[in-house]
Design a protein around this ligand. Structure first.
Ligand code: GLA
Length: 773
């Protein structure tokens, strides 16, 4: 619900547990009055909910005043007296920055705002839009706000248009942010809430408490095979930033961040999240100014992405989702999990159980044959697997990673009956058939490259840098997009494919196009993303029943922008269960578990050489969308029996595991023993499954109490549990928890954990509310 003030351009966006109140001061400063817990709508000058700051702000910043650097503005153009990092930097033909906004119109309309071809949520029932003119130019700036009240998410979008009549009036856009968020509005900054990281650092003699250090920033950062570790840092004066210049959002940083006061925990306290619906170069920055105020920008990376805006042209920044919760970081995650699960995931896959898959990669690598894949499928089917995925190696002369990307014809030496016969054979086993592709790439050693050497991204005169022996196709070109959509569509149609793993195994470099219009090479990173989204949109809409899984060297480019195409994503090439604990824990800040691919693999593990027992590997992978990546023919009878039983257990609890509310309980990165815990709770809180792990035993540790979350405090639960080592030894006997125990007791007092004095300890606990109490 968006309510307008009687006379002023002030709007209250009312969500389930929060309010977002914006206005325009002095006709030119879009600014934030409040973002946080619900407050009454601001509708009248003299009535309840009168905007307390408005009068003072408007009076203090009259026309011509140079002090706008202190205003909590929602969007700022560089060039005036706001010296903070700007939202937009736009220069006219002479190179002068244009900075003055004039409000032309503010409206609330039903339905979602008009969005660009970039990914976006178009489900909102109404939206607010501000239309500004950039003074003395033909430039128009449209800021829109749409609300998803149920999940406390506000979606913001920005479009910059050149409506000049003068054909020579082109502008250069050197920076384009999706949002500027002055999160400090209404809150004291400096010294707030002692006890957090900043306060402790100061107490330890590390220096004076910094102005504005009342905020901490949580980001998800990593590398290949070590994706999305959570990092929480106290903000100091100046700018703290994450971003990507790699052409994709990358493994390094996820285009999402949370701003929290130091006393916010997983379960309590305010948390503000900013997530970009974009998968290319991005920047998220938090700037603490000289007055201790903090503001965030999130949008396109200005180092790599710039535009020329000729008359009649427009450019859109990616849509940005802002989430707020008072229930700590778990509460904030629920906002974003809801966004992914209920709004971004393709409609046909919302809440739809995901099959237990078996992937050929670690079983066969490039050495695939029809007979082997059928055998793997047959053995997998006997275990209870539901989907067999043929990974890399099936096409061209692809015997290693040096060749054939772009030549998407089946290799008849390996698969003499073609993909059709293989898919038929897999279907006869009552399995679904899935296939790996890497459509965005071309090997130098390929028919495609020999025929179209200018179809790859390149800059004339610069070397074409390879990574994993491959170049990137230029998706800004229409003929490349058409070629890609055509072969993919034909392949899926002809073969009868149920699942596609869409991989992307290198970053972009030399990002130029042979066909970009004169002077517009700096737009190519953005045009690439537009092109990619166009093909993804076309193919996934053409085959709504096909399950598409995203991948990028494991969990690179795992971001909100990919979620409208990929109901699930391969989280990391690192499949070691101990390594997976922090990767999955970090991923859970943003992504619901059904989106997070997690496979049980063989030991010694192929990435780190560790040999974790099967029960441990199986249970850890249940934090995500569960499957296998091993050669089932190599399992012993005992292992096969364990896996068969585990698949049975998983399928029985699948709906809860994949779609229940996810709560983080213990962070594996804080203790020597890597203790880690989480649970999923059904929507009606009648059922839950909780996991607790201690991969490395440590001497002389006092027993811990395992405190759960998300249960109904007033209901009583009965439970049964199994330990990892019992599963590993083949026992299926569930232990009775005793009880019934009240939800309040399970959450506030906790369960004393039995002694576990060996490595790879763990427990899986199933709880069900007692119908008789
Ligand atoms: C990437 C993926 C792997 C696998 C290989 C195939 O590394 O992350 O899962 O598909 O490519 O080459």
């Amino acid at each position: 619900m968006i309510e307008k003030h009687q006379t002023e351009p002030i709007y209250s966006i009312q969500l389930k547990q929060s309010s977002y109140v914006v206005g325009v001061a002095a006709g030119r400063f879009p600014y934030l009055l409040h973002w946080g817990a619900s407050i009454p709508a601001v509708t009248r000058e003299d009535g309840p909910g009168r905007p307390p700051l408005r009068a003072f702000e408007v009076a203090d910043f009259p026309e011509g005043d140079a002090s706008s650097s202190s205003l909590p503005v929602e969007y700022a153009l560089f060039g005036g007296a706001d010296y903070r990092a700007p939202s937009v930097l736009v220069r006219d033909r002479e190179g002068a920055p244009r900075s003055t906004l004039e409000l032309l119109e503010s409206t609330v309309q039903s339905g979602p705002p008009e969005l660009s071809a970039l990914p976006g949520v178009d489900a909102a029932e109404e939206h607010l839009s501000f239309l500004f003119r950039v003074a003395e130019t033909g430039l128009r700036l449209v800021l829109t706000y749409a609300a998803l009240p149920e999940i406390d998410v506000v979606l913001r979008h920005v479009r910059l248009e050149n409506r000049s009549d003068d054909p020579a009036a082109a502008y250069s856009v050197e920076r384009l942010m999706s949002v500027t968020v002055p999160v400090e509005a209404g809150r004291g900054g400096a010294g707030r809430a002692p006890g957090g990281a900043a306060h402790q650092a100061a107490a330890a003699g590390a220096g004076a408490p910094a102005a504005g250090s009342g905020w901490e920033l949580l980001t998800l950062d990593g590398a290949h095979a070590r994706e999305r570790y959570p990092h929480r840092t106290a903000l100091r004066p100046g700018t703290t930033a994450i971003g990507s210049r790699r052409g994709s959002s990358s493994h390094r940083h996820t285009p999402w961040a949370a701003l929290v006061p130091p006393d916010t925990s997983e379960h309590r306290g305010e948390a503000y999240g900013v997530g970009l619906l974009y998968s290319g170069d991005f920047l998220i920055e938090a700037e603490v100014d000289e007055e201790g105020a903090c503001r965030m920008n999130a949008g396109l990376h200005p180092d790599t992405t710039r535009f020329t805006l000729a008359p009649g042209e427009a450019v859109d920044a990616p849509q940005c989702a802002l989430g707020f919760s008072r229930d700590g970081l778990n509460g904030l995650s629920h906002c974003f999990h809801g966004l992914v699960a209920d709004y971004l995931t393709p409609a046909a896959w919302r809440g739809r159980p995901r099959p237990v898959l078996l992937n050929s990669w670690e079983a066969a690598y490039f050495d695939v044959t029809e007979a082997d894949i059928l055998e793997i499928g047959r053995t997998g089917a006997q275990l209870g697997v539901e989907l067999l995925v043929l990974d890399d190696g099936w096409f061209g002369e692809r015997n290693d990673d040096t060749t054939s990307l772009g030549d998407w014809q089946v290799n008849r030496k390996k698969l003499p009956g073609g993909l059709e016969r293989l898919a038929g054979g897999i279907h006869e086993l009552r399995l679904q058939f899935g296939l790996w592709v890497e459509p965005e790439m071309v090997s130098r050693d390929s028919e495609l490259y020999r025929a179209h050497p200018d179809w790859c991204l390149h800059v004339a005169g610069e070397p074409r840098l390879e990574s994993r022996n491959q170049l990137v196709l230029d998706l800004s070109r229409a003929e490349v997009r058409d070629w890609m959509a055509d072969w993919l569509t034909e392949l899926i149609d002809r073969v009868g494919i149920d699942y596609i793993k869409w991989d992307m195994n290198r970053y972009l470099s030399n990002v130029g196009s042979a066909v970009a219009p004169a002077g517009r090479q700096a737009e190519v990173p953005y045009r690439y993303m537009e092109g990619l989204y166009a093909v993804l949109g076309l193919v996934t809409e053409r085959f709504p029943e096909v399950l598409f899984e995203g991948c990028s060297g494991g969990g690179g480019r795992f971001d909100l922008g990919m979620m409208p195409y990929f109901p699930q994503y391969w989280t990391s090439d690192n499949t070691d269960a101990v390594s997976r604990l922090p990767i999955q824990y970090g991923s859970s800040y943003l992504f619901p578990q059904a989106a997070v691919g997690a496979h049980v693999t063989s030991v010694p593990n192929h990435q780190v050489g560790r040999s974790a027992p099967l029960g441990f590997r199986s249970m850890v992978a249940m934090a995500g969308n569960w499957g296998f990546e091993l050669d089932p023919r190599e399992l012993s009878e005992r292992e096969a029996a364990i896996i068969r039983a585990e698949i049975g257990w998983y399928r029985e609890h699948r709906a809860l595991l994949q779609f229940g509310s996810f709560y983080r309980l213990e962070n594996p990165l804080v203790s020597y023993s890597r203790e880690s815990s989480w649970l999923v709770v059904s929507r009606d809180r009648s059922e839950a499954v909780a996991f607790w792990f201690r991969p490395f035993a440590e001497a002389n540790r006092r027993g811990v109490r395992w405190r759960l979350a998300g249960l109904d405090p007033d209901r009583y639960y009965r439970g049964s549990y199994m330990r990892t080592e019992e599963v590993s030894s083949g026992s299926r006997e569930e232990h009775d928890l005793g009880g019934p125990l009240s939800g309040a007791e399970l959450m506030h007092r906790g369960l004393p954990l039995p002694p576990m004095e060996q490595d790879y300890a763990g427990i899986r606990l199933h709880l069900r509310a007692d119908a008789h109490l």
